[in-house]
Design a protein around this ligand. Structure first.
Ligand code: NAD
Ligand code: AHE
Ligand code: ZN
Length: 369
């Protein structure tokens, strides 16, 4: 079939809207009509050329929601008409990772996914007779996409696509990092570095978990008002702090935070986030994705004295199990998505979504088909 898609032809170039050829679903694959897709900072990161796994031409997008159109041979858990959210972290329930119950990082198809291919090692997309790569196993910047069955969460049919697509990455990543990865406890003091599409979800996750003090750190003063609405109790603009921000935050929290989260992708701030943790027990969770060649550092004494450095991918959520529950939380009013979706536009205007993110004027832009 043919489908409309926004294609990333090369690093650093704007996306182009193309009519792309799409092969039907093979065994254990599903054809999905994408109704809406959020634009995440990670799409911009990969488009910039900084992602070691970035390959071109590719169809980016990993924050979508849509409807099953056709299923391939052997698919048993989904049928045409089902509403779904594609999962860049699948859940096969059968690999050593899934069976361990210790992680959400399913290993079943990670290798081919990282190469921009379906599990059988081929692409379903072609443009002008040449292969176009998949991205994160989802390619939600295409009106129609083919996704492995294990990488689709079936969701309730009354959930609006333009809102719940954000659960495909940002919401789950932020709220999940607090609840599933860090396991923030009532009364905890939390510091969130970066109040964008991920950080604001960490803030609302911390409120949900019952944290007492939720400090937001961002150089964009416009983020303060919205973050307060989501539960932030204190705002710190590093540009307004004289000297090193770490002793400032340690003093504000009277000894350091129980939990800190880095939601920017800046290795210097990852260090600050670790060092703002309380001696003996503070845990710092890295969410931000840093570019090729970048490394984190700290004095090992920070760890010897009890601080813990950890990371979180997709909020530690097991997609097929947890994503439908998070959709319920939204539908029941437990989490706020509406106020974070600042812009909605047709896919033809997708480059504006990247411009808005670059300028810091959007939280989430959603493109529709
Ligand atoms: P975003 O652009 O919406 O937000 C980034 C925020 O950081 C902005 O508010 C910006 O003002 C702030 N910021 C930038 N530089 C700063 C600095 N020096 N000090 C303080 N604040 C600063 O991005 P996002 O969509 O929220 O994504 C954040 C990061 O999380 C990215 O690196 C993205 O790739 C990553 N991410 C990771 C996962 C995961 O599973 N681990 C999932 C989604 C996104
Ligand atoms: N490809 C990059 C790493 C990118 C990365 O860390 N991705 C996150 C999701 S970001 C979503 O917005 C993730 O889930 N990582 C775990 C995984 O298995 O990819 C690189 O550095 O090579
Ligand atoms: Zn993302």
């Amino acid at each position: 079939m043919e489908t409309k898609a926004a294609v990333a032809t090369k690093a650093g170039a704007p996306l182009t809207i193309e009519t792309v050829q799409l092969d039907g679903p093979r065994a254990f694959e599903v054809l999905v009509e994408i109704k809406a897709s959020g634009v995440c900072h990670t799409d911009m990161f990969t488009l910039s050329g900084d992602d070691p796994e970035g390959i071109f031409p590719a169809i980016l997008g990993h924050e979508g929601a849509g409807v099953v159109v056709e299923v391939g041979a052997g698919v048993t858990t989904l049928k045409p008409g089902d509403h779904v959210i594609p999962l860049y972290t699948p859940e096969c329930r059968n690999c050593v990772f899934c069976l361990s119950r210790k992680t959400n990082l399913c290993g079943a198809i990670r290798e081919t996914q990282g190469k921009g291919l379906m599990p059988d090692g081929t692409s379903r997309f072609k443009l002008n007779g040449k292969d176009v790569f998949h991205y994160m196993g989802t390619s939600t910047f295409s009106n129609y996409t083919v996704v492995p069955e294990i990488a689709l969460a079936k969701i309730r049919e009354d959930a609006p696509f333009e809102k719940v697509c954000y659960i495909g990455c940002g919401v789950t990543t932020g709220v999940g990092a607090v609840i599933y990865t860090a396991k923030v406890q009532p009364g905890d003091k939390v510091i969130v570095f970066g109040l964008g599409g991920i950080g604001l979800n960490v803030v609302q996750g911390a409120r949900l978990a019952g944290a007492d003090m939720i400090i937001g750190v961002d150089i964009n003063p416009a983020r303060e008002e919205l973050a307060r609405k989501f539960g932030m109790t204190h705002f710190v603009n590093p540009k307004e702090v004289e000297g090193d921000i770490v002793p400032y935050l340690v003093s504000l929290t009277k000894g350091g935070a129980d939990h800190t989260f880095e939601c920017i992708g800046n290795v210097n701030l990852m260090r600050q986030a670790l060092e703002s943790c309380h001696k003996g027990w503070g845990k710092s969770t890295v969410i931000g994705v840093a570019g090729a060649g970048q490394e984190i550092s700290t004095r090992p004494f920070q760890l010897v004295t009890g601080r813990v450095w950890q990371g979180s991918a997709f909020g530690g959520a097991r997609g097929r199990t947890d994503v439908p529950k998070i959709v319920d939380w939204y539908m029941e009013g437990k989490i706020n998505i509406d106020d974070l979706i600042t812009h909605v536009m047709p896919v033809e205007k997708i480059n504006e979504a990247f411009d808005l993110m670059h300028a810091g004027t959007s939280i989430r832009s959603v493109v529709t088909f």
